[in-house]
Design a protein around this ligand. Structure first.
Ligand code: UTP
Length: 292
């Protein structure tokens, strides 16, 4: 469903500046118990594709073909999904069912997948820091796969890669949310720039409506500069006793080095049951029973 322009950008490797995307997938997914008791939340399917596959497709669309997973216990199914399944593939080889594997085979062909385990669930900030050996000293994308994003054209991470190319600092995707929902997100404040982006000056993790500096919430898409690792190493546990990525980003924001980008497209909070159902209905009505 890409436009010619989007396809051309992808062929150029987008900005060509960012080749790696980190997927923190170590969380327990407690809101989906019992479904997530023995399988990762990221493997729950919207129609026929698991959430994680939509995320990897978005990363590839942004020119990022090295995929770095921060995994945990019970996440083996993710590794298996991005690998060949010999018996099954042999069984359906040459039949009409083979086309059902086309989308995943194409990702396996085009991407390199790397893995590291987070041994204790100490928060998103800790998960990102755990991914440092897979990323090294370069800017990188981050996708939280339970935020399922859709845009008929350039994907959201691809849009953000273009913003990074302009500003060369961290970029977070932001969205207006109802005031009574701010406590689910990191919420920002900052200065509106002529191009419509926001230079962030303040970020608060999961504020009460009274504490919230605005109703602009950070969603699960980031481009981070690698100094975030140095900052995370000394970031103490914050809200909920977890190492918060928001707190580390706040250090960069104090120096004017975080841009808030209002993305084009739709985001579904597939970490919640309502958002998951909404995404399923949206994709079903867009594609009908046609297989993606
Ligand atoms: P969530 O806050 O959605 O937590 O994490 P969760 O465990 O996935 O889900 P619930 O709330 O229990 O239902 C946001 C993202 O950060 C990752 C999660 O995998 C998810 O992608 N994460 C969170 C980690 O990888 N490690 C952590 O220690 C915490």
């Amino acid at each position: 469903m890409q436009t010619n322009d989007a396809e051309q950008s992808r062929m150029r490797g987008r900005s060509g500046l960012i080749g790696k995307c980190l997927f923190p997938v170590a969380g327990y997914g407690t809101r989906f118990l019992p479904a997530t008791k023995a399988q990762p939340k990221e493997m729950l399917p919207v129609l026929t594709k698991p959430l994680i596959q939509y995320g990897v497709e978005e990363a590839l669309d942004a020119g990022m073909n090295t995929i770095a997973f921060v995994t945990g216990r019970n996440k083996r199914a993710i590794e298996d999904h991005f690998d060949i399944t010999y018996e099954l593939e042999d069984q359906i080889s040459g039949t009409h069912k083979e086309r059902y594997l086309q989308s995943i085979r194409s990702l396996i062909d085009q991407c390199t997948f790397t893995y590291v385990r987070q041994t204790q669930m100490k928060g998103l900030g800790d998960a990102v820091l755990t991914g440092e050996p897979l990323i090294g000293n370069q800017p990188f994308g981050v996708i939280l796969a339970d935020d399922l994003c859709y845009h008929d054209g350039d994907g959201i991470l691809a849009q953000m890669a273009d913003i990074y190319a302009r500003y060369r600092c961290s970029v977070v995707a932001i969205e207006e949310v109802p005031a009574d929902e701010v406590s689910k997100y990191g919420v920002i404040d900052g200065q509106l720039m002529p191009d419509g982006n926001i230079r962030i000056s303040n970020m608060v993790e999961k504020p009460s409506p009274e504490e919230a500096p605005s109703n602009l919430a950070v969603i699960g898409r980031y481009i981070l500069t690698p100094d975030i690792f140095r900052i995370l190493r000394t970031t103490p546990a914050g809200k909920g006793g977890e190492v918060q990525l928001t707190d580390a980003l706040m250090q960069q924001a104090k120096e004017g080095r975080v841009i808030g980008y209002r993305f084009k497209g739709r985001r579904f909070d597939c970490g919640s049951i309502e958002g998951f159902v909404e995404a399923t209905n949206f994709f079903f009505s867009s594609m009908g029973s046609e297989r993606s």
